[in-house]
Design a protein around this ligand. Structure first.
Ligand code: KIV
Length: 261
């Protein structure tokens, strides 16, 4: 897949699947899968580093994880997140961050919001770097949004999201993530745009879907997000394997003669 395939798939009404990925080991498995593309999301700060929100993601953190994913992801198209404030300080800071992430292996970058950094988005696009927009529940704005809340519930909020999406399209974004908004709002945005939308917690009428890998694998036992569907039992499988290993070590069942040199 390359950046042109996003538009082709949207035009042919083929759904786009995207999954987050933060490390070499899982990137190698994703590379073997049929999933279309990979997001090195700033959610890495929460999922892999244990921070409460994504505001703790930094450029060096994103660079390290992007490079690790790029080493394992084979031919998958890789999108990396510009972390907190990287696109808000100055054009130079933003472009240095973009350069860092693209040289680490990203084929495109994603950034949150639009108002106040339109010129930066346009400059990145005009520099030949594909940009994916992201609106709705944008966690880099968590303190302003008042927490993890569904966006666009009232008419004014829905209208704001539609306007943001149209602006991102005009600025040259090749796709937009729509996060946590009523399905009708996501549908209206999707039908109003020419570029594809990728939804998370936004219903099925978007051009594609994205989920956090560890969430979809069932890696977070106590997570209950309404929009989340789990396709595996990673938490339980890991725990079972670890406890079985422990048990066999204690009972001197492992290693046995099949595991000696
Ligand atoms: O960082 C991330 O994982 C994301 C997805 C939720 C879209 O931005």
């Amino acid at each position: 897949m390359n950046v042109l395939d996003f538009q082709r798939m949207r035009d042919q009404k083929k759904k786009i699947s995207m999954v987050t990925c933060y490390d070499y080991w899982t990137a190698r498995i994703v590379a073997e899968s049929d999933v279309d593309c990979v997001l090195v999301g700033d959610s890495v700060a929460m999922v892999m580093h244990g921070y409460p929100t994504t505001v703790n993601a930094t450029i060096p953190m994103m660079e390290m994880h992007t490079a690790a994913v790029a080493r394992g992801a084979g031919k998958k198209f890789i999108i990396a997140d510009l972390p907190f404030l990287a696109n808000r300080k100055s054009l130079d800071v933003a472009m240095d961050a973009v350069q860092t992430l693209v040289q680490a292996g990203a084929h495109a970058i994603k950034l949150e919001g639009v108002t106040g950094h339109e010129d930066i988005i346009k400059h990145i696009v005009d520099s030949g770097i594909p940009v994916m927009g992201h609106i709705g529940l944008t966690l880099q704005f968590v303190h302003q949004l008042g927490g993890f809340k569904v966006q666009g519930r009232d008419d004014a909020g829905a209208q704001r999201l539609l306007e943001q999406a149209k602006t991102l399209e005009e600025l040259g974004c090749f796709a937009i993530v729509l996060e946590c908004m009523p399905p009708a709002v996501a549908q209206q945005i999707t039908e109003s745009l020419h570029i594809p939308t990728i939804g998370i917690g936004a219903g099925e009428k978007t051009s594609g879907q994205v989920l956090v890998l560890q969430d979809l694998l069932g890696g977070n036992k106590h997570m209950s997000l309404k929009f989340l569907k789990t396709y595996g039992h990673a938490h339980d499988d890991f725990l079972k394997a670890l406890n079985q290993y422990n048990e066999e070590v204690k009972q001197v069942k492992f290693p046995d003669e099949t595991h000696y040199y």
